[in-house]
Design a protein around this ligand. Structure first.
Ligand code: PRP
Ligand code: URA
Length: 208
């Protein structure tokens, strides 16, 4: 598995703002969207293009376009939902699947409650999005589901990751490409990322 860590100062700046306790729901959502767009720009840099003929005011020419319908964005519910609009701003014709997982507060193990993916998932470039990669349990389970339904070309985007989660995902799925906005120090006793940003789902949706 290849892991790419984001180095762009705009991404670093926005992740810092995201962490602040004083960042309210509205700003938090906007930052998640903007960071996802900036990370998506990097993560999609190898999207295949096909040549089409277009007519400029001057002449006919053959130029490259992407086929956005071949892309499937798959957020892990809930927090991953906040990242979808950033990717769709780049590729509006992408299909969107959903995987519902929550972490048991005691065991920290993921539980599935929903999974719906676009058809012909085996032919698509799949981009799984979740802002937090903590123990890696949710990420591993989500990629397991996608592979069990035929997905083969899989990228995973997370805004903040713990070394533990990166390690778990690499071990379980060495064939995928991982894009990380910032690698944090460690997990605490509740399996929250330190310094992290707290509970991403609660901060996006204003729940507690
Ligand atoms: C959060 C986060 C990830 C998961 C990461 O979701 O969005 O999906 O935890 O933790 P892990 O790497 O240890 O599995 P959560 O289960 O809190 O659900 P929510 O998004 O509905 O709040
Ligand atoms: N889920 C979150 O939302 N935050 C963490 O730090 C870990 C898991």
């Amino acid at each position: 598995m290849s892991v790419s860590y984001m180095t762009h100062p705009l991404i670093k700046h926005k992740i810092t703002l995201l962490r602040k306790t004083t960042t309210g729901t509205n700003e938090f959502r906007k930052l998640i969207e903007e960071i996802s767009m900036l990370m998506g720009y990097e993560a999609l840099s190898d999207l295949p293009t096909a040549d089409i003929e277009v007519e400029t005011p001057i002449e006919k020419t053959v130029q490259p376009v992407i086929n956005g319908k071949k892309l499937a964005v798959v957020p892990i519910l809930r927090a991953g939902l906040g990242m979808v609009s950033g990717i769709l701003a780049l590729v509006p014709s992408a299909k969107v699947g959903h995987i519902g997982l929550y972490r048991d507060p005691e065991t920290h193990l993921p539980h599935e409650y929903y999974c719906k993916l676009p058809e012909a998932i085996d032919e698509r470039q799949v981009v799984v999005v979740d802002p937090m990669l903590a123990t890696g349990g949710s990420a591993v389970a989500a990629v397991d589901f996608i592979k069990a339904r035929g997905g083969r070309k899989i990228k995973f985007m997370s805004i903040i990751a713990a070394p533990e989660g990166v390690g778990e995902l690499m071990k379980a799925h060495p064939d995928i490409q991982l894009y990380v906005g910032c690698l944090d120090r460690c997990l605490n006793e509740n399996a929250y990322i330190c310094p992290g940003l707290g509970d991403a789902g609660d901060r996006i949706f204003g729940t507690q």
